[in-house]
Design a protein around this ligand. Structure first.
Ligand SMILES: *[C@@H]1O[C@H](CO)[C@@H](O)[C@H](O)[C@H]1NC(C)=O
Ligand SMILES: *[C@@H]1O[C@H](CO)[C@@H](O)[C@H](O)[C@H]1NC(C)=O
Ligand SMILES: *[C@@H]1O[C@H](CO)[C@@H](O)[C@H](O)[C@H]1NC(C)=O
Ligand SMILES: *[C@@H]1O[C@H](CO)[C@@H](O)[C@H](O)[C@H]1NC(C)=O
Ligand SMILES: *[C@@H]1O[C@H](CO)[C@@H](O)[C@H](O)[C@H]1NC(C)=O
Ligand SMILES: *[C@@H]1O[C@H](CO)[C@@H](O)[C@H](O)[C@H]1NC(C)=O
Ligand SMILES: *[C@@H]1O[C@H](CO)[C@@H](O)[C@H](O)[C@H]1NC(C)=O
Ligand SMILES: *[C@@H]1O[C@H](CO)[C@@H](O)[C@H](O)[C@H]1NC(C)=O
Ligand SMILES: *[C@@H]1O[C@H](CO)[C@@H](O)[C@H](O)[C@H]1NC(C)=O
Ligand SMILES: *[C@@H]1O[C@H](CO)[C@@H](O)[C@H](O)[C@H]1NC(C)=O
Ligand SMILES: *[C@@H]1O[C@H](CO)[C@@H](O)[C@H](O)[C@H]1NC(C)=O
Length: 522
């Protein structure tokens, strides 16, 4: 019962954790369904697996079973992935590499030159895996040392050797492995089933105080930095990092695909190994995941990852099945390869619009102001006219004229405007004559009636009634030899009298001129 409860709790924690994981990041399946995909901190992708049915059982390969990872507990009780009793630190499906911890080979002597350990050869019987050429170096450490590495290369035995020397006068240089106390060599391509061993030329008898042992190992190059410590501190059973390359070691892609044995999943490509039979799988461009699973390669959203797309700041990213494409942002258009801003419509500058506004405004103000001024002036003139009309006895005259209605002919009261038009604004050229009583103008009315206008002079108010009576009398006189008064205009400061125009000359001409006096009789 207790066990069941714990199991349920573990399952619940697992469900919650996997839900959180799924929500926070796109998870690519690594292992077969219902198979554990890790051991401790190490991810275990298919074709590797930790339990039966979860790793590739390559029956075509006589050395099958090597994709099995033994997930055991280490001395600290933590899960420890192992392959052939070697620690596994990482497995990659992308680079097809597996990182392991490999033992070194050690050959120690006592002070008298007797060997302490009879057989120290180290071997790695791994037919599916090759030692990475680019990542590893074969190293011999010691002052009286040589080492041999051997392995299978296309079915042939291959050997490489190295030798290092040093004595008290030839001091070791930290950080360099070039023959003094340390010697390193490249590993042949595609070497499998390796074995290596350290040897001594003269049982370390001459350098025993400095270095009693010889060492040989294959080590991940970027994790190795030689120092004099290696000469004394390397121990038996010590393991060092090493990189192996793995593949599906059976047949070529073509054969595997034709026989239906190719395990490469959807959206992946099969890649033949260069110099030997076997293949690898690789997700297509735009996909990521485990290409050895049926649906392992999944479309990556390049738009979510800045480094995965090269859309510029003028573009936005659209994720497609497999790949992605970049589109121009709003306000930009494609010009060749690049997105360039759309041509903006030419805009009036603020200064110009302001200037136009001010000019139009001022013009309206000016026209309006002028119109108001003109209206006021006209009103003033009318008022002035009315004032003069009254001053000059206009009302009295109007009254008297209405009393005489019905009589033969009455005078007319002209407006100042009418007379002004007719005399061309009292143009001097139309002046007929001048006397003590005022100036006389000639004018033609719109009905072609020719008249004479006299600008009379009224000294003071008392003369007004007299003047009005005179006008009334004059308008009623109708004599051949008396100039007929037609009317008057009282709207001007000086009253204007309108007479019939006579072409026969002035009185003085008739009086003084002998020729004319005969025409008119008194
Ligand atoms: C691999 O498969 C063969 C045949 O299918 C079987 O006999 C063998 O036991 C399997 N090996 C493992 C380790 O599962
Ligand atoms: C896994 O390793 C442990 C300890 O090294 C060993 O006892 C066990 O037999 C191994 N399991 C298999 C299946 O090889
Ligand atoms: C494997 O690693 C553990 C620590 O995780 C270490 O204690 C153990 O000695 C290692 N074994 C080998 C063979 O490298
Ligand atoms: C040196 O070691 C070899 C074995 O490695 C041994 O056969 C030989 O006797 C040793 N020589 C001396 C002088 O101890
Ligand atoms: C030390 O090395 C030098 C150069 O290889 C050599 O001449 C010399 O004899 C060596 N000394 C000893 C004690 O081995
Ligand atoms: C190797 O060690 C030496 C000192 O022992 C140090 O100066 C050098 O930087 C180290 N090189 C690397 C690559 O760590
Ligand atoms: C090399 O480095 C070690 C420490 O890593 C130091 O103890 C030793 O003295 C150094 N040797 C030389 C020759 O610098
Ligand atoms: C090395 O390890 C093996 C077991 O893996 C053990 O039997 C042997 O005693 C160890 N050697 C030393 C020197 O610790
Ligand atoms: C390849 O991926 C696409 C989308 O990710 C999917 O629809 C398609 O089925 C996949 N092809 C195969 C053969 O699995
Ligand atoms: C193929 O093998 C030949 C001979 O073993 C070797 O020279 C060549 O570098 C190898 N090519 C590759 C790509 O591994
Ligand atoms: C980046 O853009 C260029 C065209 O501008 C294209 O050819 C290239 O494939 C793009 N790179 C990636 C990783 O998509």
């Amino acid at each position: 019962m207790v066990f069941h409860r714990i199991l349920m709790q573990v399952i619940w924690v697992g469900v919650i954790l996997s839900t959180i994981m799924a929500a926070t990041a796109t998870t690519f399946p690594l292992a077969l369904p219902n198979c554990p995909d890790s051991c401790g901190n190490v991810k275990i992708p298919y074709p590797f697996g930790t339990i039966d049915g979860c790793y590739l059982n390559d029956t075509a390969n006589i050395d099958d079973g090597y994709y099995f990872i033994n997930c055991t507990s280490n001395a600290q009780g933590q899960p420890q992935p192992m392959i052939w009793n070697l620690n596994v630190t990482s497995i990659s499906t992308e680079s097809s590499e597996i990182d392991i911890q490999m033992y070194n080979s050690i050959d120690c002597y006592d002070q008298s030159g007797r060997p302490l350990s009879p057989d120290n050869a180290m071997s790695l019987y791994a037919p599916s895996f090759t030692v990475s050429v680019t990542k590893n170096k074969f190293v011999a450490v010691g002052c009286d040392t040589y080492a041999i590495l051997s392995g299978a290369l296309n079915g042939q035995l291959s050997r490489v050797g190295s030798e290092s020397t040093c004595n008290k006068t030839l001091s070791v240089v930290n950080g360099t492995c070039s023959g003094i106390g340390c010697c390193q060599m490249a590993i042949p391509q595609d070497l499998t089933k390796i074995a290596f061993e350290a040897y001594s030329n003269s049982n370390h008898t001459q350098v025993w105080n400095l270095n009693p042992c010889s060492f040989a190992f294959v080590i991940q190059e970027d994790k190795f930095n030689f120092s004099s410590d290696y000469l004394i501190s390397l121990r038996n059973n010590e393991t060092l990092p090493m990189v192996l390359e793995w593949a599906i070691r059976a047949e070529t892609c073509e054969v595997a695909q034709n026989t239906g044995n190719c395990i490469c999943g959807g959206n992946s490509t099969c890649i033949d190994l260069k110099n030997r039979s076997g293949y690898r799988c690789q997700c297509r461009v735009g996909y990521r995941g485990n290409p050895y699973l049926k649906d392992g390669c999944q479309d990556i959203n390049e738009c979510d990852v800045k480094e995965a797309n090269n859309c510029t700041s003028n573009q936005f990213c659209v994720n497609d099945v497999g790949l992605y494409h970049c589109l121009c942002l709003e306000g930009y258009h494609l010009d060749g390869e690049a997105c360039v801003p759309n041509q903006a419509a030419p805009k009036l500058s603020l200064a110009i619009s302001l200037a136009i506004g001010i000019i139009v405004g001022l013009s309206l103000l000016f026209v309006g102001g002028f119109w108001i001024y003109w209206g006021l002036q006209k009103r003033k003139l009318i008022k002035l006219g009315e004032k003069f009309f009254q001053q000059n006895g206009g009302l009295l005259l109007q009254q008297k004229l209405s009393n005489h209605k019905g009589s033969v002919e009455t005078g007319k009261i002209y407006s100042a405007e009418e007379l002004k038009k007719a005399t061309n604004n009292y143009d001097e050229c139309r002046v007929l004559g001048q006397g003590g009583y005022g100036t006389v103008y000639k004018k033609i009315l719109p009905n072609n009636k020719v008249i004479a206008i006299k600008k009379s002079k009224i000294g003071n108010q008392t003369q007004i009634e007299q003047f009005v009576n005179e006008i009334i009398v004059l308008t009623h006189i109708n004599h051949r030899n008396v100039v007929k008064l037609l009317g008057c205009c009282l709207e001007t400061k000086v009253p204007l009298l309108v007479y019939e125009f006579i072409t026969k000359g002035t009185i003085s001409e008739h009086i003084h001129d002998k020729g004319l006096s005969s025409i008119l009789s008194w």
